[in-house]
Design a protein around this ligand. Structure first.
Ligand code: ATP
Length: 868
């Protein structure tokens, strides 16, 4: 069989593409083009963020080739010719290529980064010190191993060491649960600890404390000062008492201490309230401030030392446990590979791998972590090195290619290590890469796109965006305000391709619960949203509705509310099976067997299961587990309950029984662990309903005719219990790390650390804006936003609801319940005779023009240029 070779240069390309602009379409087009050039499948690597997306790309490739290969389907061939830019493409070539791909499908790497890294790791078992016959953990097993490792750390410390350690970890306060405190340290700091050098925790140092003689002298001066106001006199006495007794800790929150910092920064006088302080005290105040600063930073230094020690011990124990069970997490694989790859010659790497990768295509690039980029970089550099392929004597003009696409406005995985700034690393590290930008949405109607532009270009209308002192690096609000202004000013104007598609946007307040607390009002808002969703589902039958929340608990609540309104609903990504009361009953029965003395379980079971079958006592269930195992016991309990359950509960019971069968393959199946597994593992319902409820994170990459956002009233960012890294750029390993301290104490840090803390605050705000962008841009036609009535007319809270309210220039009273605050587009958007989506929408050929520029020019221009 001969195939005609198609030639033509594929320039190394980076695409910054806004939501709905066809990233997947373009990546598929590029992949098809490479395949149509006869490139061997094993030389191609295409990565995406989820397994589902990888599967969709492969399906699309096969489907497109199959259709274009049909001699009777001229339209499909023409569409493919346009998509790949090869006008001479023939039906026969498509068939031949399809045949070739199907024969070699196992060699084609269209996968997630996790899966690629697992494959790569298998080529370097010795260099990566992998245990023989290793396997990957899932996230639940991972947590269990982490907990065991933490227990081991606790067991090696003697009681006095433990007390000291905990005092240091908790900034002087001893926390109640040792295990919980250490788990939190591991959770928040281990990831960054692994990416840093061992001395990174020692980089924050406390300034020297003024000597005792000086402190005693200053205490005397403070006592002798004779201010006219009583309050000032009392304050100076308090300062003198505290420093004389060495109780500097009591002053870290003191207003006067904060005022000293502010006065020194602004070159103004130190004041206490409105009162001036007596003349001649400046030097004394500086000494007090320096002593308090030493105290606070000193405590942070101790916390860092303790954290470093705990993490080193944890690292040892977790690795020992994993080595002995022969398991690794995806993160372990990525970290080991990144260490190996950072110093490896790309050619040596290729020689060791299972075949060379010549074509690299990377999707969702904004979510790549620095460790992942370190692994991808040698592959990318090689793929961009087209000249070398020609020198190799290759007959094809293109031996290699590199393509990467993403959207920094959708970077919502910072907590998993994703770093949008990686885009700049690519343009810096890969010479001659061409950049393009796409902002024309193929997904959303013009009304939705107008709303997107209105919100994000006008974020600066919110009072938050002008708060804080931009000259003060210790002012967190100022860092956040800068992030908001930057997001708005860099936001490119989006356009809609489907000009005739009708759309609608409505923002409405929910009913207020008079005298109700936060929880009552949160519930009321979800209740209102559920009622609206039920109406929309009826009116717009056949339209897909996505309900996107911030939290998992809201997902579960909404599902219950919608079901009670008889709305067919399903959940993306799944919930733990405990969203079913029937499953909870089975778990209570198992716990009752495990702890017969604990009345809680018995009480629950007596109300439910025992009504159905009084022979199911703690004793009988325990015997059943001993004699027949967990799976059969669970099956028996589920079978007893099923006849008295709804169809929904019966389905969950069936899934529980299946989980029990799988669990029994564990080497040591224990009842307690099984119950825990059920409580933690997310299991999807098999069918997708018209209404799908999920978190915004889970909605990434998806689209719906209608999007409902019922939970925009929570704080945009949460105060971070994390640690803070000092790195030259976000894509580099941190040079220093410290535990976090609240913004009120940032003034005690030196400028370098203030900037590090500030950047972290700004990143958190940017991520919150990205999350809002992802949520809004999932909508094709209609967007319904339900917000709680504000407590105040100014509505200046730090919430997404308030940001939107100000950005759209709303003038309606936000404190009113059940009021439409904003409306645009066509409220009759769902009328069938008016909406003929897709039928009249031709596939648009995307033409990309390349710009070549220096990396400096690219960085400044890359957010503003539109090249399609
Ligand atoms: N060139 C095109 N012509 C017509 N429709 C297109 C084209 N490219 C993409 N589409 C359609 O537009 C929608 C959005 O495409 P896609 O999901 O690839 O966008 P995306 O850039 O990945 O979006 P997001 O980043 O928001 O997930 C899909 O329904 C897709 O079929």
């Amino acid at each position: 069989m001969t195939t005609k070779t198609i030639t033509g240069a594929l320039h190394p390309t980076l695409v910054r593409a806004s939501a709905g602009t066809g990233k997947t379409y373009q990546l598929t087009a590029r992949l098809l083009r490479i395949l149509l050039q006869d490139s061997p499948p094993e030389t191609i690597l295409a990565t995406t963020f989820t397994r589902k997306a990888a599967g969709e790309i492969l399906n699309r490739v096969l489907e497109v080739l199959a259709k274009a290969g049909d001699d009777n389907d001229q339209a499909s061939l023409k569409a493919l010719q346009e998509q790949v830019g090869i006008p001479s493409l023939q039906h026969q070539t498509c068939r031949q290529q399809l045949h070739r791909i199907l024969k070699n499908i196992h060699r084609l790497r269209i996968c997630t980064l996790d899966s690629l890294f697992t494959q790569l790791a298998r080529s370097f078992p010795f260099e990566l010190s992998l245990p023989p016959a290793w396997r990957l953990t899932d996230e639940i097993e991972e947590v269990w191993i982490q907990e065991r490792a933490v227990s081991n750390v606790v067991s090696i410390l003697n009681p006095s060491e433990m007390t000291t350690m905990l005092t240091m970890l908790g900034k002087g306060e001893i926390k109640r649960s040792i295990q919980r405190e250490l788990m939190q340290v591991v959770d928040t700091a281990y990831g960054i600890h692994r990416r840093s050098t061992s001395d990174a925790w020692m980089k924050l140092v406390a300034p020297k404390r003024p000597d005792q003689k000086e402190i005693t002298k200053v205490a005397g001066e403070l006592r002798q000062a004779d201010p006219s106001q009583k309050t000032v006199r009392a304050k100076l006495q308090k300062l003198a008492d505290a420093i004389e007794t060495g109780d500097f800790n009591s002053l870290v929150d003191d207003t006067l201490i904060r005022n000293i910092a502010k006065a020194r920064r602004t070159h103004a006088e130190v004041k206490f309230g409105r009162s001036k302080l007596p003349d001649g005290l400046d030097d004394a105040l500086d000494v007090v401030y320096a002593a308090v600063r030493t105290e606070l930073v000193g405590l942070l230094v101790s916390q860092n030392e303790a954290t470093a020690k705990i993490l080193a011990a944890y690292d040892f124990h977790v690795n020992t446990l994993k080595q002995s069970s022969r398991v690794l997490s995806f993160e372990d694989v990525a970290v080991r590979l990144s260490r190996l790859f950072s110093g490896i010659d790309p050619q040596a790497l290729i020689n060791r791998m299972d075949g060379a990768i010549d074509h690299v295509l990377l999707d969702e690039f904004q979510d790549t972590s620095p460790a992942q980029w370190q692994v991808l970089r040698p592959l990318a550099v090689r793929a961009c090195n087209v000249e070398a392929a020609v020198e190799d004597g290759s007959e094809r003009q293109i031996g290699r290619s590199f393509f990467c696409v993403g959207d920094t406005k959708q970077a919502i995985y910072g907590w998993r290590g994703g770093v949008a700034e990686i885009f700049d690393a690519v343009t810096d590290e890969i010479d001659g890469i061409a950049e393009t930008e796409q902002n024309e949405s193929f997904r959303s109607s013009p009304d939705i796109i107008d709303f997107v532009n209105l919100v994000f270009r006008n974020l600066s209308r919110h009072p938050l965006s002008s708060e804080g002192d931009p000259k003060d690096p210790s002012d967190k609000t100022a860092h956040e305000a800068t992030a908001i202004r930057r997001f708005a000013s860099q936001f490119p104007d989006h356009t809609a391709f489907k000009k005739s598609l009708k759309g609608y946007v409505r923002i409405q307040t929910s009913m207020k619960v008079e005298g109700g607390d936060k929880e009552a009002n949160d519930n009321a808002c979800l209740e209102d949203a559920a009622k609206q969703i039920a109406e929309i589902a009826k009116e717009a039958s056949g339209k897909k509705i996505g309900v996107l929340t911030r939290t998992n608990s809201a997902v579960a609540q909404l599902i219950n509310m919608l079901e009670s309104l008889n709305v067919e609903v399903s959940q993306e990504g799944g919930n733990p099976l405990t969203d079913s009361a029937a499953v909870e009953t089975v778990l209570s029965a198992l716990m009752m067997a495990e702890h017969p003395g604990d009345g809680r379980w018995r009480f629950h079971v007596e109300q439910t299961l025992l009504v159905a079958d009084p022979t199911l006592t703690a004793d009988s269930i325990r015997r059943m587990v001993e004699q027949r195992g967990i799976a059969q016991t669970v099956e028996r309990l589920c079978g007893t309950l099923a006849p008295i359950c709804t169809a929904r509960d019966t389905l969950r019971l069936r899934q529980l029984a299946r989980l029990a069968i799988a669990y029994e393959n564990n080497p040591q199946p224990r009842l307690r662990d099984f119950v825990r597994l059920v409580r933690e593992k997310r299991i999807e319902r098999p069918q997708q309903a018209q209404v799908r409820v999920m978190t915004v994170h889970q909605s990434k990459g998806l689209e719906f005719d209608v999007v409902v956002l019922p939970q925009l009233d929570g704080p945009l960012t949460r105060s971070s219990g994390n640690c803070v890294a000092d790195a030259k750029s976000l894509s580099e390993s941190p040079q220093g790390i410290t535990r976090y301290i609240g913004q009120d104490y940032w003034h005690f840090l030196d400028k370098k650390w203030q900037h590090a803390f500030g950047s972290q605050g700004a990143s958190a705000m940017t991520e919150a804006l990205c999350l809002l962008y992802v949520a809004i841009t999932r909508a094709k036609q209609a967007l319904y936003i339900v917000v709680q009535p504000s407590n105040k007319k100014e509505f200046s809270t730090k919430t997404a609801a308030s940001l939107i309210y100000h950005a759209v220039g709303c003038e309606k009273d936000p404190t009113e319940s059940g009021s439409v605050l904003y409306e645009s587009g066509h409220s009759d958007w769902s009328n069938k005779d008016q909406v003929m989506e897709n039928a009249d929408v031709p596939v648009k050929k995307v033409q990309i023009q390349f710009r070549h520029a220096t990396s400096e020019q690219r960085r400044s221009a890359n957010r503003s240029a539109t090249t399609i």
